[in-house]
Design a protein. Structure first.
Length: 208
């Protein structure tokens, strides 16, 4: 499931102009708001660890594009640091005071859009009159396995984050994700029972 990035109008540093930032910018800035100085690789790793369970994890190219946007807005700063391993230097990013004020204001004041569900398996099942019963069963079994895998991933990340005070609220979202994917798993199991019940009825090939 992928969420579409919305545009939010905010003031640029000094309030001289107004700039529209997509939600992905705020997500990346939010990752920096925990106070760590992070590279693009670190940000990707952190987003895979937490954001992917309830929003979506941007690609490396998207993260670097957003970092450039945030630097241009004055919300983040960067510097090059040398590597102890002898590999090439890397660029690390830190949120600025202006950026912290901006993301705090966005989190507190910007209206929250309701989630938009784009459920691929249900769209395919909606066209069940075009499928064979075994195809529908396999579709739901795949969804069940996927949901259980995501649930286990969220559960493991909750356990790993328990002792990190800075991640108290991200841990709550991971607990939500654990419950959400458990529900998705159970819904797929219930739908499998529904498919079994339908298989005993005469099948028609007409659309609803």
């Amino acid at each position: 499931m992928r969420c579409v990035a919305d545009e939010t109008t905010v003031e640029t540093p000094g309030g001289a102009a107004r700039r529209a930032l997509p939600a992905t910018s705020w997500a990346v800035l939010g990752l920096l708001s925990f106070g760590e100085e992070l590279s693009g690789y670190d940000l990707k790793k952190w987003s895979d660890w937490s954001l992917r369970f309830f929003y979506w994890s941007p690609s490396f190219s998207q993260i670097y594009s957003e970092l450039k946007r945030l630097e241009k807005a004055g919300y983040a700063s960067s510097r090059m640091v040398s590597q102890d391993t002898g590999t090439r230097d890397k660029r690390v990013y830190r949120i600025t005071e202006t950026g912290m004020d901006a993301v705090r204001r966005w989190a507190r004041e910007t209206p929250v859009d309701p989630p938009v569900l784009k459920h691929g398996p249900m769209l395919r099942l909606w066209l069940g009159h075009l499928l064979e019963p075994e195809q529908m069963r396999e579709l739901l079994l795949q969804q069940q396995r996927f949901a259980e895998g995501m649930r286990r991933g969220a559960e493991a990340d909750v356990a790993a984050a328990q002792e990190e005070e800075a991640w108290t609220y991200p841990t709550l979202t991971l607990k939500w994700a654990e419950r959400y994917y458990a529900s998705e798993r159970d819904l797929a199991a219930a739908m499998l029972e529904d498919i079994e019940a339908l298989s005993a009825r005469p099948r028609t090939d007409t659309a609803p």
